[in-house]
Ligand binder design. Structure first.
Ligand SMILES: Nc1ncnc2c1ncn2[C@@H]1O[C@H](COP(=O)(O)OP(=O)(O)OP(=O)(O)O)[C@@H](O)[C@H]1O
Ligand SMILES: [Mg+2]
Length: 454
């Protein structure tokens, strides 16, 4: 191939424009190179439509008149020309008006004064997509082999540029798609976070309500319990008043006997003793309850002697289990002191005992009992709260700490009790809790708490 053509090809082939995906610029470069290499003035890229029935000039350059507006020619008007294109071979027409493939284009040839035509197939991914059409108005133009090869190589380079444009288009689509996806993921994440926040807030509110409900149950139980000694004291006072009135009457009537007076004094003393012991019992119940109630709502880190604290807490909790005739006993061999949140611990034990009353023991029975063992294990204090009640079926044991899991929905259970216990033990008290249970034998909750103080 002559050197000038080789140089042009080298320039075009090396140009970054070809592979950058800018098809318009690549097309212009190729067309101008053809014009320069073949020294002609009209060159165009003509592309097939989808049915390959027509070709349209997507870029047609006239060296003198510049870029031409697109024109279209179709197979039904120029069957021989289209039949020749279909063979996918280069059409070399040195005298276009005589060549069997191009002679039917007379009007077009005359209009632009075209004498010779060189049509080279354009291919993309092996399929013919159109022609690179070179037109010369010079008489006696005969296309050389070098020129045909030169245009053939440029046509292939055009195919390369189409591939690059396609690649860039898909890359951009992919980037856009990714951006859309990221945007959608971000939106979705945000809405999930919002939903989660709402859920957490709702859960916190429920937990607060539930804590108050536990306190409410305790208040009701203690109020009921205090009522008994107060009732006895009131009856004893009424009895004393009644006896005093009778004594007064006898005194006014001058009928008072020594015996009657002694009897009165003894009765009254008995009544006062009864009143005193019952009022003291009521006072100590109230005292205990006050401590528990205050503890349940205050969450301060304090030193706590477990045995003493749990024993006095249990006194407040007894009314809760009294209806089912349950006895609660605390077993603590050595006094253990830990640094802990007493209020949280009180909540934990209250909920566990309340669950025994509600789930472990269905009917009243003297044999029902709850034992609370306090033991030391290394640097941990271990509390075992054991009942000899109904037990929990094995396949639901792993669910009982989940919020809202309850087997007592119909009796007003919310299923939050043990989830509160679990959270308090794990998060507030830095400990662990687990459960062992056997159906019809009973249940043991083991709470392990750190920070024993020696
Ligand atoms: N000591 C126990 N004996 C038998 N079953 C128990 C015992 N403690 C808990 N359970 C079971 O665990 C379930 C969950 O207890 P949780 O305290 O979380 O909810 P609840 O007591 O049903 O409702 P709430 O405490 O909100 O009133 C109970 O419904 C019950 O089936
Ligand atoms: Mg409960």
């Amino acid at each position: 191939m002559v050197e000038t053509l080789e140089n042009i090809l080298l320039q075009v082939s090396k140009s970054p424009i070809i592979d950058e995906g800018k098809l318009e610029q690549a097309t212009q470069l190729i067309i101008k190179s053809v014009i320069q290499g073949l020294a002609i003035n009209r060159v165009g890229i003509w592309l097939y439509d989808d049915e390959s029935a027509c070709i349209t000039s997507t870029y047609l350059l006239d060296a003198d008149d510049g870029e031409q507006s697109p024109s279209t020619i179709c197979a039904n008007n120029f069957p021989h020309y289209f039949a020749a294109l279909k063979r996918e071979r280069t059409i070399i027409a040195n005298r276009a008006s005589d060549h069997p493939a191009t002679n039917e284009l007379t009007d077009y040839l005359n209009k632009f004064g075209i004498v010779a035509m060189l049509d080279v197939p354009l291919r993309h991914r092996g399929k013919m997509i159109g022609v690179l059409c070179c037109e010369s108005s010079r008489a006696n133009r005969s296309w050389t082999e070098d020129e045909v090869a030169f245009v053939g190589i440029l046509a292939d380079i055009y195919g390369r540029a189409v591939s690059a444009a396609e690649r860039v288009k898909y890359e951009q689509l992919l980037i856009k798609h990714n951006e859309d996806l990221e945007q959608r993921v971000a939106e979705r994440t945000q809405s999930l976070e919002d939903a989660l926040n709402n859920f957490k807030q709702a859960q916190d509110r429920l937990i607060e309500t539930e804590k108050m409900a536990a306190l409410g149950k305790l208040v009701a139980g203690v109020a009921h319990e205090v009522n008994t000694p107060l009732g006895i004291a009131v009856t004893a006072t009424t009895h004393c008043e009644h006896r005093l009135k009778k004594l007064k009457q006898s005194f006014e009537d001058g009928k008072i006997s020594r015996n009657a007076l002694t009897q009165y004094i003894n009765d009254t003393l008995d009544a006062y003793t009864l009143m005193n012991s019952n009022l003291e019992r009521a006072a100590s119940l109230i005292q205990n309850f006050k401590r528990t109630a205050v503890d349940q709502s205050s969450f301060e880190l304090v030193e706590c002697s477990l045995g003493d604290y749990i024993s006095s807490l249990v006194i407040s909790l007894r009314p809760m289990v009294k209806k089912k005739k349950v006895t609660i006993q605390t077993h603590c061999q050595e006094e253990l002191t830990i640094k802990t949140y007493r209020g949280a611990l009180a909540q934990v034990i209250t909920n566990l005992i309340s669950n025994c009353a509600e789930h472990a023991f269905k009917t009243p029975d003297e044999n029902h009992h709850i034992d609370i063992f306090v033991e030391k294990e290394n640097t941990d204090a271990v509390l075992r709260i054991t009942d000899n009640g109904a037990g929990i079926e094995t396949d639901i044991q792993h669910k009982i700490f989940e919020p809202f899991y309850t087997t007592a929905r119909d009796d007003g259970g919310s299923g939050l009790g043990l989830s509160i216990v679990y959270n308090l033990v794990q998060r507030k008290l830095n400990g662990t809790i687990d459960v062992q249970s056997q159906l019809n034998k009973g249940t043991t909750f083991t709470v392990r708490l750190p920070n024993i103080i020696d």
